[in-house]
Design a protein around this ligand. Sequence first.
Ligand code: F0G
Length: 469
Amino acid sequence: MRGHDTRSKGAGVHFHTIIEPFRIKSVESIAFTTREEREARLREAGFNVFLLHANDVLIDLLTDSGTGAMSSQQWAAIMQADESYAGSRSFYRFRDVVADLTGFTHIIPTHQGRAAERILFHTVLQPGQIVPNNNHFDTTRANIEVEDAEARDLVIPEGRVPSLVHPFKGNVDLDALERLLAEHGDRVPLVMVTVTNNSGGGQPVSLENLRGVRALCDRFRKPLFLDACRFAENAWFIKTREVGQADRTPKAIAQEMFSLADGCTMSAKKDGLANIGGFLAMNNNAWAEAARNLLILTEGFPTYGGLAGYDLEAIARGLEEVVEEPYLHYRIRSTAYLGEKLVAAGVPIIQPPGGHAIYIDARALLPQIPPLEYPGIALVNALYLEAGVRGVEIGTVMFGRHPDGTETPAAMDLVRLAIPRRVYTQSHIDYVAETVAQVGRDRERLRGYRITSAPAALRHFTARFEQVS
Ligand code: F0G
């Protein structure tokens, strides 16, 4: 990949080509299928790629969560893990790495991010309360709503316009947050900020904005929690886009991000570079005690929290590797590289490219398919049929149905191509770009879908479809 923004340091000399900062020691074959086979598999799956067997997928961009490749150092640490039930050496190694990074007093392991969310919100929320965020991720929102509280999105207006370029489209609208805290502060038990902002296109939040949120939290005496799943990618964007940050290490920037908060929820399946795991961390003693009691009830003893000792080792090492500059440089550049190729092919995407994924604007690409015939599903299915590439619809199927059974178009019909960490090489990404460009050329031939069966909630996972004739 050639980088336009910053140059890579190859052997001490400046190079334009940014290479994968690793060599490959162990490989996993991927399965090629014919178009006829893919047509049969997709039909059996009710035209829903969630229901495919992963073996029938060539390049899997469904999610960047838990799908990354671990390093030889992580595998080595796994072999050395301590599986003691209580007080395992691996827990203390994990705790020390998380404490060094975040500075929080209480570090509570959980089996993944949503478990940390459930424990936090069940501990602190009362019915009728409001939790503001830039954009809540689905599981965060669901874990707030299940407590009969409200999840409110306060991202800046620029963050809602796909084609608009802004360096920190994940920023919180500080005026809107101030108004909320002034008018309904008694109903807000904590403020959250998601870094990077997944639901808004993997967009970063600036340090300046985080400092602004902190100042409001100080003024209204509210704790601030980060949803920190992609904290390292966010730190890299700060380093490369925010004035005065270029000479700092990503780790120092990440430490400052955490120092502005009072706690965090974390899915280690993203920037923990692990296949499973997460944590809840905070400074508040009373909340931490209540959270640990709930943890024991549903996750496990506080020194393992639903994880094996070897998972704790993998996360500890992963958190050290994820802030390394060569890794982040390659990571963010390789996502932008895919984005640039799609733009060059005339495919509309959320601008600028996010950290972990490219989001294609399927509604803009397929204007002949009305939102209620699911342009996102049409595009996802076409990418699979064309070349065995799996993405995910983030649009009307995911968000369009309401609790009263009615259906309206979602705000956007997007297709997310999420890039697993350290898994695919540049030629895999070139292949994906070629696939999208080919489908883009054939776009007038694509048709919409209708749902033939769907569950009452979270229908996108298991709904079945047929093509509109
Ligand atoms: N917060 C954000 C911003 C996320 O993106 C996710 C997961 C979670 C919380 C929940 O973490 O999966 O470990 O329970 N996002 C994945 C995705 C599933 O595909 O974007 P988890």
